[in-house]
Design a protein around this ligand. Structure first.
Ligand SMILES: Cc1ncc(COP(=O)(O)O)c(C=O)c1O
Length: 369
């Protein structure tokens, strides 16, 4: 009788990695107390979601009972109207994370090389390893107070390793910094023709200069969006890929057709169709984000420029970051500290009204450089 590890595909049996985001419930179990304030997940905590105030229970039951539309036709139409592209330019999946996995499924076979920045959003490399890919990481560039992905190094590495995919989060998580649309065009034009850019734009809506260019389809690039952030729908699990028709046709071959339930589609469509809500959320976020960054900088912290809904602070060292995080956890407040050694001294805090708490400023305040 073979063991499960013998039965597993060779590239899966060989994996020793763990899920980078086990979630708030696992964290609560680990620390043995309830998390009252979750400022580690970049959810849009202030959003009133008023468009969902009067949802008819009959409609909820109907969507729960039936299979949804695999093509997400009405949701795509609502997104197209709100975002300025054509409905046929996108494919919807259950969150930007699922879109990342979908792209890797469509583009890579075990053994392929993929490239990303060392310490960027870890779900990409988690999924890439799960797909049997070899992940090559390149250090960030430290420049003028910001920490940015080094686009030249990513290109060089993609050429050297004959990579099938380069992953770039723009704006980036966890640094919050971003590259202009022109920089992204240059990156695309310098990648080898067999290499696809997975451009993760989960936070694009919080970055006004990037929003202006949000509807354009680029050759050789899949733009990945999330409804978890600027539409405040993290719990619904909805994201989409914006790409050219030929690329979308390849994604269609391996897409899980019923991955986005009818109820999620209906609720997402209702929220997306109310443009005021998203505009208010963006304006509110900008206010809290700037104010939180200002308050932390006034405490003497090194705060990174951010085009997102979070603030990243560089503590003097990993020990100081861990201590501040644990002090807050002991009070039921979660903030995020990346596992990657490149950012062991970084603390990431979701910008929202509730984050302005004495506990937060005092936990971080004791660690000023
Ligand atoms: C860069 C980045 N991409 C993707 C996601 C996940 O988005 P979704 O909730 O749509 O799967 C996140 C969530 O924090 C993120 O930071």
């Amino acid at each position: 009788m073979q063991s499960a590890i013998q039965r597993a595909a060779a590239h899966v049996a060989a994996l020793s990695h763990h899920n980078p985001f086990p979630g708030i419930y696992a964290l609560q179990q680990r620390i043995g107390r309830r998390i009252q304030q979750r400022f580690g997940g970049n959810e849009s905590l202030d959003a009133p979601l008023s468009a969902l105030r009067f949802i008819d229970a009959k409609i909820l039951r109907e969507h729960a009972r039936l299979y949804g539309d695999p093509a997400c036709t009405e949701l795509r139409a609502a997104l197209a109207e709100a975002e300025g592209f054509h409905p046929s330019d996108i494919r919807v999946d259950s969150g930007a994370d699922a879109v990342l996995a979908l792209c890797l499924r469509a583009l890579c076979v075990p053994g392929d090389a993929v490239v990303c920045s060392a310490g960027t959003y870890p779900t990409f490399s988690y999924f890439a390893r799960a797909a049997g890919c070899e992940v090559f990481e390149r250090p960030y560039r430290h420049h003028a107070g910001a920490i940015q992905a080094d686009l030249d190094a990513l290109i060089e590495c993609a050429i050297l390793r004959k990579a099938k995919v380069v992953y770039l989060a723009n704006p980036d998580n966890p640094t919050g910094t971003w590259h202009s649309a022109e920089d992204i065009d240059t990156l695309c034009s310098h990648l080898p023709e067999y290499c696809t850019l997975l451009l993760d734009e989960a936070y694009l809506d919080f970055c006004p200069p990037l929003r202006q260019d949000r509807a354009r389809v680029r050759q050789g690039c899949i733009r990945i969006r999330s409804l978890s952030k600027a539409y405040a729908l993290a719990g619904l699990r909805v994201g989409y890929a914006l790409a050219d028709q030929d690329m979308l046709a390849q994604l269609d071959k391996v897409r899980i057709h019923y991955a986005v339930g009818g109820l999620a589609q209906y609720l997402a469509r209702t929220v997306v169709s109310d443009p005021r809500e998203a505009a208010d959320l963006r304006a509110g976020n900008a206010r809290w984000q700037e104010e939180l960054a200002r308050r932390l900088a006034a405490q003497g912290h090194r705060v990174l420029p951010s085009g997102t809904n979070f603030v990243s602070v560089l503590m003097p060292d990993a020990g100081a970051a861990l201590q501040a995080q644990q002090q807050l956890l002991a009070q039921g407040i979660a903030i995020h500290r990346p596992e990657h050694p490149a950012f062991a001294n970084l603390l990431r805090i979701t910008a929202c009204e509730d984050a302005f708490r004495d506990e937060l400023f005092s936990a971080l305040g004791g660690q000023i450089r």
